[in-house]
Design a binder for this molecule. Structure first.
Ligand SMILES: *[C@@H]1O[C@H](CO)[C@@H](O)[C@H](O)[C@H]1NC(C)=O
Ligand SMILES: *[C@@H]1O[C@H](CO)[C@@H](O)[C@H](O)[C@H]1NC(C)=O
Ligand SMILES: *[C@@H]1O[C@H](CO)[C@@H](O)[C@H](O)[C@H]1NC(C)=O
Ligand SMILES: *[C@@H]1O[C@H](CO)[C@@H](O)[C@H](O)[C@H]1NC(C)=O
Ligand SMILES: *[C@@H]1O[C@H](CO)[C@@H](O)[C@H](O)[C@H]1NC(C)=O
Ligand SMILES: *[C@@H]1O[C@H](CO)[C@@H](O)[C@H](O)[C@H]1NC(C)=O
Ligand SMILES: *[C@@H]1O[C@H](CO)[C@@H](O)[C@H](O)[C@H]1NC(C)=O
Ligand SMILES: *[C@@H]1O[C@H](CO)[C@@H](O)[C@H](O)[C@H]1NC(C)=O
Ligand SMILES: *[C@@H]1O[C@H](CO)[C@@H](O)[C@H](O)[C@H]1NC(C)=O
Ligand SMILES: *[C@@H]1O[C@H](CO)[C@@H](O)[C@H](O)[C@H]1NC(C)=O
Ligand SMILES: *[C@@H]1O[C@H](CO)[C@@H](O)[C@H](O)[C@H]1NC(C)=O
Ligand SMILES: *[C@@H]1O[C@H](CO)[C@@H](O)[C@H](O)[C@H]1NC(C)=O
Length: 851
């Protein structure tokens, strides 16, 4: 049932127009009937004056009755061609106009359209009412940045005010302080340099120092008297990671308190949310924001981990973590391994970090060491001169068991679980359990013997592959270690193995771990880093004025630059400090300020963040640390019990998502990017805001032109709009009307269709004049004809007497019409055939002046 609410204004107007049309159609049918009724109350014949008959004739003939009754004036087909044409044209026009009247309003609709002019608007802070906003502590108004360098002993940081003599050679580290205590303060001139670049962009652009930890605590580090007191023993702010809410499964670009979180592709943008004054129909605007996005590449090792789900209880006893008879299957990882060692060949880390090659190196090394461990092949031996890969004991789909001959799963499997996805930075862990167990343990000079069975190693490990080799893979993949210098070359990096969520070997998409079912896990090596970039975000604000429910991200694209010069200039501290002691600061810098410090600068769309494996709770430089901290956490997925469980074990929806994404190396990379994004979103906030607040107080001189730096805001308004297709009938009618009008003018000016001619024709076709002329010609006085007034008819023809004179004279003569016999009284004019049956055609007598 369609109710009025379902109709548009246009449809209602169309219906009204249709109703008006019907009424306009019915009234001309009804009214002549009433007139007829009024004229002849009793008898059939009616006597009226000639004038009245003119009026009545016009009334009746212009109604629809001639058409309905098919009388003379509707006998269009028998009329002359001009009359026929004009008659049809008029009908066509009337129908067209009627259709236009009904159809035209149907095209009307109301639309929300942008105002043509954008205006600068005052922005105000808006609160996030979601869990993320609710849980975020208020910003520390005294937020002080702190920077502490040194692995074991505190050493002065680059560009700070601490003074000490540091001796750091292979044998010893010593630091000799000249001050009484170590200051963690970052000098203002350093902060200024790394804030200088953002001011070259829009007001919304964040710098390194506009990133804060979402949650923080105060700390006083007592460093066991090994070094000087920090900050003379006063407390300082340090970061604290306590997850608020996981938004990983949202698959949207969403604003949360302090951030724009891109859960579609990974990445966070920094923005303390503010909005212009709410407009009734909303408003949109664009901002350039600093984003930090993860960048991950995964490479297939071409080995899979296959296992069974125990069928019986006794099988279950042999399984570990519900995994029975796990084995490695060679899907080309061993047999097709490239025999050439992939050498380090990356020179410009910023231009081309070649993440794929790094991840490939990790996969290659892991496979090669695994082969050596299992004696599938040999390693080169300089003493004997034997080359590597002298033999290769494998074939496609060959399985290498990771269980003992009694079908018992090896230990060292504790981390892998069928119902989870795991990411680990230890490349050799999957072979841990195959070493066998010693039943002896030695503590000091006391050896204890245990009673459990000694397991013989499953693989001989003839080349003594141990933790040294496995952990070297990590350094070789990341391209940095603690002994490298903190500079632009060494980017934040994390490498590891991603064991995909298991999939059934029968190819079905089932998530059910049915007893006896066979499962397979892909093993990928992944390499992740993070980069800072600038993105253009389009916002819409349409909701309530005070909170963020009405803030929406419409689009998120990389900022485009017209030329190389307009690209941002990134600066990174160029230090003599080892990465084990600390990472460098980075940020958008201005050309002049960059010269005041020892910086490496690059002009690029994005900067791969420099840094090392950072840890939380040490210094307060979230912008420099958080990307690496979040990467470190992402590479412990499924391995660490702290924080949010991203393995999917405690969230079946996540597990399903991981199962789908871990099918290919490329989509597996997205897993790590999304996990990083969720971790980072819970870890940091941006404090740069367009709203006047603490930020602008700091730069009081900027306040005056603050509004000019806010982005132009496009407001929306309600407008009547039109679907032009509905306008076709009206347009056609307009064209025809214009045509008719032009033709009219033509005839008026060139063809004598003047008003006087029209008058003549009107008088000659007027019923009253017919009657008076007829009576004049025949000389018959009609039975009921009464002569009234003084003026006698001047002549019997079609008088051209002006209407006012005719009305007073001949027009007053009375005639009786409608009576059956009357027509026969009238003498037929010779030479004019009577047409039709019952009525006599009143043929006009030629007017000598005209015809
Ligand atoms: C900020 O620092 C001042 C002086 O150091 C102190 O009095 C004030 O309580 C601090 N405010 C907060 C919120 O910690
Ligand atoms: C390290 O430095 C100390 C102090 O200068 C010196 O005594 C020692 O020999 C040095 N060791 C090496 C390996 O250079
Ligand atoms: C350092 O702390 C000591 C003891 O609390 C105090 O006496 C001294 O004035 C402080 N020094 C500075 C520079 O604040
Ligand atoms: C804002 O919200 C109103 C009501 O929900 C809606 O009609 C309007 O289209 C929205 N404005 C924009 C620009 O989408
Ligand atoms: C695994 O196979 C893919 C596709 O053939 C190849 O690109 C990749 O390099 C291989 N991985 C290793 C470690 O050889
Ligand atoms: C093996 O690796 C080397 C160097 O990494 C490369 O040049 C060569 O093309 C690779 N061979 C194959 C078959 O991929
Ligand atoms: C390793 O494999 C090679 C070739 O198959 C074989 O000659 C050698 O004895 C094996 N070594 C061990 C310790 O099993
Ligand atoms: C090289 O071969 C010799 C002789 O077989 C052996 O003693 C040595 O341990 C081997 N070296 C390595 C690094 O495997
Ligand atoms: C191990 O399992 C296989 C079947 O998968 C079975 O044939 C064999 O007897 C089992 N071995 C032991 C020692 O249970
Ligand atoms: C180690 O053994 C020696 C002699 O056997 C004994 O004197 C010493 O106390 C032992 N040390 C420990 C830590 O048990
Ligand atoms: C690992 O093996 C190397 C030789 O390949 C050896 O020098 C090192 O001590 C071993 N490390 C461990 C922890 O066993
Ligand atoms: C960074 O340090 C490394 C040594 O760790 C050096 O090779 C590289 O050239 C340095 N990069 C720059 C840009 O100075």
């Amino acid at each position: 049932m369609i109710s009025l609410q379902d109709l548009t204004v246009g449809q209602v107007s169309g219906m009204i127009a249709a109703a008006v049309f019907v009424v306009q159609f019915l009234v001309p049918i009804a009214l002549p009937v009433i007139l007829l009724g009024l004229l002849r109350p009793r008898s059939a014949a009616v006597t009226e004056s000639a004038v009245s008959w003119s009026v009545i004739g016009r009334y009746l003939h212009s109604s629809l009755w001639p058409i309905i009754l098919r009388t003379d004036s509707a006998a269009t087909f028998s009329a002359c061609k001009s009359a026929l044409f004009m008659s049809f044209f008029k009908t066509f026009m009337l129908v067209l106009i009627a259709i236009a009247a009904i159809v035209t309003p149907l095209g009307l609709y109301e639309g929300i359209v942008a105002e043509p002019v954008s205006e600068a608007s005052a922005f105000h802070y808006i609160k996030d009412t979601s869990a993320m906003g609710y849980g975020t502590p208020p910003r520390d108004t005294n937020n002080t940045w702190s920077r502490l360098c040194g692995a074991f002993l505190l050493v002065p940081c680059p560009n700070d005010d601490n003074k000490a003599t540091v001796i750091d050679n292979k044998s010893m580290v010593s630091v000799d302080y000249r001050d009484e205590w170590y200051s963690s303060k970052v000098p203002q001139k350093v902060i200024d340099v790394f804030q200088s670049g953002a001011s070259g962009f829009a007001e919304s652009m964040s710098s390194l120092f506009d990133i804060q930890y979402r949650s923080y605590i105060k700390s006083v580090i007592d460093d066991n008297k090994k070094g000087p007191l920090i900050d003379n023993g006063t407390a300082r702010t340090i970061g604290n990671y306590q997850p608020l809410s996981s938004i990983l499964l949202n698959d949207a670009i969403m604003p949360v308190e302090g951030l724009i979180v891109d859960m579609k592709n990974g990445g966070i943008g920094f923005r303390n949310h503010s909005a212009p004054v709410l407009k009734q129909y909303g408003s949109t605007w664009s901002e350039d924001l600093l984003f930090i996005v993860p960048d991950t590449v995964c490479v297939d090792t071409n080995l899979t981990l296959d296992f069974l789900i125990p069928r019986t209880g006794s099988e279950g006893l042999l399984a570990r973590n519900g995994i029975l008879k796990p084995s490695i299957t060679d899907r080309g990882g061993f047999i097709d391994l490239n025999k050439t060692y992939p050498r380090w060949q990356i020179d410009d880390f910023q231009e081309n970090p070649n993440l794929w090659y790094r991840a490939y190196r990790a996969a290659w090394l892991r496979n090669a060491y695994s082969m050596a461990y299992m004696n599938v092949t040999n390693l080169s031996n300089e003493t004997t001169g034997v080359k590597a890969f002298a033999y290769l004991n494998s074939e496609m789909n060959k399985t290498f068991p990771l269980y003992y001959p009694n079908n018992e799963t090896t230990s060292g499997w504790l981390a892998i679980d069928p119902q989870s996805l795991t990411v680990s930075t230890s490349f050799g862990q999957y072979l841990e359990g195959t070493k066998g167990l010693s039943n002896k343990s030695t503590v000091g000079n006391q050896t204890t013997e245990y009673k459990f069975d000694t397991k013989i190693p499953i693989y001989p490990n003839p080349f003594n592959i141990n933790i040294t080799q496995w952990s070297s893979i990590d350094t070789l993949c990341r391209g940095q270690g603690g002994g490298d210098l903190a500079n632009i070359t060494h980017i934040v990096a994390k490498c590891g193995v991603l064991n995909g969520a298991p999939r059934r070997k029968d190819g079905s998409a089932s998530l059910m771990f049915d007893p006896g079912s066979a499962w397979s896990m892909s093993m990928y090596t992944c390499m992740s880093t993070a980069k800072a970039t600038i993105k253009t975000v389009k916002f819409r604000f349409n909701g309530t004025n005070d909170d963020m429910t009405g803030l929406e991200v419409l689009s998120l694209v990389d900022k485009t630059y017209p030329n190389k010069e307009s690209q941002p200039l990134w600066g990174v501290e160029n230090t003599e400090m080892y990465l084990k002691d600390g990472g460098p600061l980075w940020g958008l810098v201005s050309e002049e300020k960059a010269k005041t410090l020892n910086l490496s600068t690059v002009r690029k769309e994005s900067l791969y963040l420099p840094g090392r494996d950072s840890s939380m709770g040490w210094q307060n430089l979230p912008g420099a640390d958080f990307a690496s901290i979040a990467l470190g956490m992402a590479y412990k997925t499924g391995m660490s019990t702290k924080g949010v469980d991203y393995s999917g074990q405690s969230n079946l929806a996540m597990f399903k998502k991981w199962q789908e994404l871990s099918r290919t190396p490329a989509s597996s990379a997205k897993i790590l990017n999304l996990v990083w994004t969720d971790l980072a979103a819970n870890m940091v906030v941006g404090t740069k805001s367009l709203a006047p607040g603490q930020d602008s107080k700091r730069k009081r001189d900027d306040v005056t032109n603050e509004s000019s730096k806010t982005p132009p805001v496009t407001s929306y308004t309600r407008r009547v709009k039109y679907h032009y297709a509905y306008g076709i009938p009206a347009f056609l009618a307009l064209v025809l009307t214009v045509g008719a009008f032009t033709t009219t003018l033509f005839f008026v000016f060139f063809s004598g269709a003047k008003p006087s001619t029209m008058r003549t024709f009107l008088q000659h076709t007027s019923a009253g004049r017919f009657l008076t002329s007829q009576s004049g010609i025949s000389g018959h006085a009609q039975p009921q004809t009464v002569y009234e007034g003084n003026a006698l008819p001047s002549d019997g023809g079609y008088s051209d007497t002006p209407t006012n004179i005719w009305v007073k004279g001949a027009g007053k003569r009375r005639f009786t019409l409608g009576a059956e016999g009357w027509t026969r009284i009238v003498q037929e004019v010779p030479g004019y055939e009577a047409k039709g049956g019952s009525t006599v055609a009143y043929a006009p007598i030629p007017n000598p002046t005209r015809y």
